[in-house]
Ligand binder design. Structure first.
Ligand SMILES: NC(=O)c1ccc[n+]([C@@H]2O[C@H](COP(=O)([O-])OP(=O)(O)OC[C@H]3O[C@@H](n4cnc5c(N)ncnc54)[C@H](O)[C@@H]3O)[C@@H](O)[C@H]2O)c1
Length: 439
């Protein structure tokens, strides 16, 4: 059954969700208040890099399955509204800034009918939905059907994750909301995808709890890396060995420069801030260590660069990869970006190579050098750092790159290089969490 849906906020989450809804056969109206973004989207292009998304989005735009507007009045005929606006970290605080969600909800409220359903997809502090429900109901003049439907997509595989999720989680106050969401997701549920109906606070918590767990797993292995570095042990081999235990598992257990992006860092900080407000700050105090371990990995790379180069002044450093993960150009809280900026601040001449993120970098920090050709990027480098595990770097020819650099030293910040092959080509390989013997 075709459902008329609106998607409010067309960033990473909303543009993907609008496309997924259209792919499922629904009629979609997308609302975006950033006029530059809306103009780009209206021309059929996605303002960020996400494999496969632009083709699917523009196809649905051309066929009329997706319509776009900045005017909330144009969503009045929709039966189901998804709130997908941002919840960044608040300036000067760890807490999540929910002001975008509040203002989107307020703008939406006056266009609702008593049978309309609103589903929040943004990641919010537990308790936000209950507050929004009161605010919206007061404006609408009736009790709004609000549900929370957190999103688990991963950038890089966002559309695929939206169309084939591990599970769909819905927190709702009434059956009507659950029924409408079930109808919208029916084509996915027909494949046997679990549909979990929970109370609203649990649904809100599922998302932050999942991200807190994932962040903890990464910081756990990076804490082991710190120990390995001073004891002669090898954290890569250690991760592999403990990962065989199926209670532990080997996913998200790769030691390196740690996590970043628009979700994990701000979500664990927002979680700590909310727990503190609720009087249970000590319950998630460990997340402070998770955050600190993660940030210490960035310090470690800067320290290693200084050890290798002595003073950083005017030293030529090449950063391979600047996005927080491969297959994305998202630079939000990217470890490679922070390391590059710190090296540049200490006097190094940093040249960044990245298969897709140089345009985003030019906007975010035009002061860093950018080079689109890998061969040119490493030419005359005195230190190469692998910051994002793009396939292209894993497959790069160390002989060829070695013939171009001034000094064959590489810091593998993601533990993806074939160490023996690079060493055979004459490189000194320094890897996080490993004590590698170099000739
Ligand atoms: N990016 C991800 O991988 C991901 C995954 C799961 C959940 N989330 C969550 O989804 C939410 C959105 O994240 P994002 O990465 O898409 O952020 P984003 O900043 O890329 O997108 C948010 C969009 O909302 C728009 N917006 C803000 N206020 C608006 C309003 N009142 N009306 C209409 N549009 C408005 C902004 O202009 C922007 O385009 C966050 O809560 C995030 O934690 C993100």
């Amino acid at each position: 059954m075709v459902v008329k849906v609106s998607v409010i906020g067309l960033g990473y989450l909303g543009a993907t969700h609008a496309t997924a809804m259209a792919e499922l056969g629904h009629e979609v109206i997308g609302i975006e208040i950033d006029s530059k973004k809306l103009e780009q989207l209206s021309g059929g292009s996605i303002p960020f890099h996400e494999p496969g998304l632009e083709q699917a989005f523009s196809r649905n735009l051309s066929s009329g399955h997706i319509k776009l507007s900045s005017d909330f009045a144009s969503l009045a005929s929709a039966d189901l509204h998804f709130i997908c606006v941002g919840t960044p970290q608040r300036q000067g605080s760890d807490a999540a800034d929910t002001s975008y969600v509040v203002s989107a909800a307020k703008a939406l409220a006056s266009h609702l009918r008593p049978d309309s359903v609103v589903a929040g997809k943004s990641t919010v502090p537990v308790g936000t939905a209950a507050e929004l429900k009161d605010v919206m109901s007061e404006i609408a003049g009736f009790e709004v059907n609000l549900a929370w439907n957190p999103e688990f997509l991963r950038e890089g595989t966002a559309l695929e994750d939206s169309l084939r999720p591990d599970r769909i989680v819905v927190g709702a106050w009434n059956e009507h909301s659950v029924g409408v969401l079930k109808t919208a997701y029916a084509p996915i549920l027909n494949h046997g995808t679990p549909f979990l109906v929970l109370d609203v606070p649990t649904a809100e918590l599922v998302k932050v709890a999942a991200n807190a767990f994932l962040a903890t797993k990464i910081s756990f292995i990076n804490a082991m890396a710190e120990v390995a570095e001073v004891s002669g042990a090898d954290a890569v081999a250690l991760a592999n060995a403990i990962g065989y235990d199926e209670r532990i598992g080997n996913k998200f257990l790769r030691t390196g420069i740690g996590f970043g992006g628009g979700c994990l860092p701000k979500d664990i900080r927002g979680f700590m801030a909310r727990a503190e407000e609720l009087g249970v700050g000590s319950a998630v105090d460990f997340l402070k260590d998770v955050d600190a371990i993660n940030l210490r990995r960035r310090d470690r790379v800067v320290e290693l660069a200084k050890q290798e180069l002595g003073s950083l002044s005017a030293k030529r450093v090449t950063m391979l990869g600047i996005s927080f993960k491969p297959d994305s150009d998202d630079l939000r809280d990217s470890p490679a970006l922070e390391i590059s900026q710190r090296l540049a601040k200490a006097g190094a001449t940093v040249t960044v190579h990245d298969p897709v993120s140089l345009e985003a970098l030019a906007e975010k920090d035009p002061s860093l050098g950018r080079e689109a050709e890998l061969i040119e990027a490493v030419r005359e480098a005195e230190l190469v750092i692998l910051g994002t595990e793009w396939k292209q770097y894993r497959e790069a020819d160390p002989e060829l790159l070695g013939s171009l650099v001034a000094k064959k030293t590489v810091i593998d910040g993601r533990n993806v290089l074939d160490v023996a092959r690079w060493q055979q080509a004459g490189w000194k390989v320094i890897a996080l969490g490993r004590s590698i013997e170099n000739a």
